[in-house]
Design a protein around this ligand. Structure first.
Ligand code: ZN
Length: 299
């Protein structure tokens, strides 16, 4: 059994090691731990309808591995990439003060300019997710033309990892709020209380098998992509109050594990993440059946 103090020392050591080698950043928008993303993604692929191609449904482990990449892209030694990637992982809904979100990235950037908001401070997560889902639809369309092409299959699996990451970040309530790491101070700064990483760790703390998370899920393509993403974002943001009510009970107490209320919350978010990710896979597959590809894509 590890004490909290030991865990803190180990975490500090790990941070030091990863910064020292330039391998991975640890930041407030890290999202479900990388292991958490892998569990949720494997479960999401297992939960997809049988209508999706078998190369995809049998590739759950590879897709799960690729779901970590968007966090790796926030590497502090790669400043151009980190700058572009960081805001793709969150959207602080309160900063929009009730304004509705435009359908496209540049529509949103123009709206931010009119409202004198910095888009990279508000965050761009819904757009990263919609674009990733449409990229997957494009790759699926290619796979419909050349079902035996293993290069196209690998491309689909890689892009599915990106969809999974952003979909699951969106289901972590602290990725949708100014209160992303403690209640925001009057000057707008974050107190960085560490609650964000304690929530991130909950999926792995559940110790649940992907097959269990995939069971009894209702998965179907969404009617319209961006409205579905925005509805899910609002559902996630509505849980911010509950997250802070759970705060005193968040610490994992050795072998006793999670407090029941915390476990219920983590289960609900894990299942929502899996259902949402799988429904976006089903959406991309359905959309791919309607796409016209340029002639060159068939060669
Ligand atoms: Zn992330």
């Amino acid at each position: 059994m590890r004490t909290d103090a030991t865990r803190r020392v180990l975490r500090a050591l790990l941070t030091l090691l990863t910064f020292g080698t330039g391998l991975a950043p640890i930041g407030p928008a890290h999202a479900w731990s990388t292991d958490g993303h892998m569990v949720l993604t494997e479960a999401a692929v297992l939960a997809t309808p049988a209508s999706l191609p078998s190369f995809f449904r049998s590739g759950a482990k590879a897709i799960a591995r690729d779901s970590r990449d968007p966090d790796f892209a926030k590497n502090r030694s790669l400043p151009a990439l980190r700058n572009g990637e960081g805001p793709e992982h969150f959207l602080d809904l309160e900063l929009l003060k009730g304004r509705s979100l435009p359908a496209t990235r540049y529509g949103f950037i123009h709206q931010c300019a009119r409202a004198k908001l910095d888009p990279d401070r508000v965050g761009l997560l819904p757009y990263a997710l919609a674009e990733a889902t449409e990229r997957l639809a494009l790759a699926f369309a290619e796979s419909r033309q050349r079902p035996e092409d293993t290069h196209v299959q690998a491309k689909c699996r890689y892009l599915a990892g990106q969809v999974a990451h952003y979909a699951q970040d969106l289901c972590q309530p602290l990725h949708t709020t100014v209160h992303h790491d403690g209640k925001v101070r009057p000057d707008g700064s974050s107190p960085r209380t560490g609650i964000h990483s304690r929530i991130d760790d909950l999926i792995t703390a559940l110790r649940v098998e992907p097959s269990a998370l995939a069971a009894r899920q209702q998965v179907a393509p969404v009617e319209s992509l961006m409205p579905a993403i925005l509805s899910e974002l609002k559902r996630s943001n509505a849980l911010v109050t509950r997250v802070y009510m759970l705060e005193p009970k968040l610490r994992v107490k050795g072998a006793r594990g999670l407090a029941p209320e915390v476990s219920d919350f983590a289960q609900e978010r894990a299942r929502a993440s899996v259902r949402f990710t799988a429904s976006l896979y089903a959406t991309a597959w359905k959309l791919s059946g309607t796409l016209q590809l340029p002639k060159a894509a068939a060669e």
